[in-house]
Design a protein around this ligand. Sequence first.
Ligand code: SGN
Ligand code: CA
Length: 519
Amino acid sequence: MIPKQHIYLYITFLLVIAISCKEQKKTEEKRPNIVFIMSDDHSYQTISAYDKTYIQTPNIDRIAKEGALFTNSFVTNSICGPSRAVLLTGTFNHINGQINNAVTFDSAQVTFPKLLQKAGYQTALIGKWHLRSEPTGFDHYDRLIGQGDYYNSTFIKNGKKTPSKGYVTDVITDKSIDWLEQRDTAKPFSLMIHHKTAHRVWMPNTDNFHLFDSTNFKTPNTFFDTYVDRLAAQHQKMSIDKDMDLVYDLKMLDSLGEIKTPYRHMFENMIAKLTPEQRKKWDAYYNPIIEAFKKQGLQGKDLVLWKYKRYMQDYLRCIYSLDQNIGRVLNYLETHHLLENTIVVYTSDQGFYMGEHGWFDKRFMYEQSLRTPLMIRVPKKYGGTPKNIVPMVQNIDYAPTFLDYAGVAIPKKMQGKSLKPLLNNEDNASWRDAIYYHYYEYPNEHMVLRHYGIRTDRYKLIHFYDKELDSWELYDLQNDPDEMQNIYAQKENVNLINELKSKLKELQVQYKDTDRSTF
Ligand code: SGN
Ligand code: CA
């Protein structure tokens, strides 16, 4: 029993608690959750919200349909580790140090997950990490080792090796949903779901082999490009014709070992990770194709077109699984009433070539790899409405955007801009009119030379600056969207070139990328 004289004190105490709980609930309601879904090497060409040529992706499209589709979204450096460092830090690679996949990410840096964590968010990362140092700023992480495996991949869960069974896109989704299930519902959260798919070597789920079996894919206009006036493009090693491996990339592992390729052994190691059950289904599908391929004895153009079809089939099957699994996450959010207060983002670490210029892979500042898909669904109560957003955005903008929505101050060091004004339809007259790009990973297996450049809404100026090949390229994207004509040497473009060069210089000063001697 509470003594009579204390009853008023007790009631006041209960009231204070009730009011403060309500207040806390109110502030939590003000802060949206963030679900950031990023895949690997997913081209905008294979998302039906952008391009309906190859595949329907209804679940990914849903994010765009109910949210904002960015029609001019770019990376600063079209390669995995660097792109991930940019998105975490909001800075270019010459600032965050992650110039290529070979260096180790300095995890002591300020990142948006760390700032959200400090502000009371629960933070988690599940899937590909690829930054060499252990993730920091996450209450929970469950990451792949390096590129990870498509089947039965090992994860590092909060520092501890953990095996998994099944197809990696399903496993990453299961782990993400499990985390959502067990999270502390009193706190806002930020969950990063980083898929392995659709990275080389495009291994589909055994359930999806039947898809695209009879599709004849239209080759892009530039498929048989001969790279006239483009020296760096002549120098590359990412051609479907010359560099795509029959066994490793296209799965022609014949039991007699008659198809001899440099990568055969690597693929044997990879396929050895399948369970006997998975392997049985794998062989049942691929063995007849291998036999038919051997009998056909294709050569020249016929062989290249066959390779293209094989590549597209497996790549698109990976995208199909991805889309299905994104549907699972959206469904979870919807049935748990989380779509009402969760910002959902879909993007890739960069774009990819689906045969444009005869290529696979990325790296170049040409459109297919400079661009990356981006769609953001902001719930109505945070100002979101369905729309297309045309101004040029870059992955340096993600960190400032999430901090802005969470009400956390954006550090001065961050070089991107919050996308909130664009998402809110505010006056965007002062939005950037050019973007800056810098790629470093050379020499490397695909032999794309180092380059930097500027892109405006109409022009693109690129400088390949390696000692062994110093060359400039200029494209008029309005008249030549396929970037087949390098017009740098044309006399009438001198003024335009000078203008673009001075703008490029301005950006290098603005972003503090003036000293390249250290890299
Ligand atoms: C691997 C791939 C390359 C790819 C890089 C970078 N080769 O090295 O084709 O360009 O990753 O990709 S593979 O034989 O291992 O498949 S990134 O997306 O991780 O940057
Ligand atoms: Ca990638």
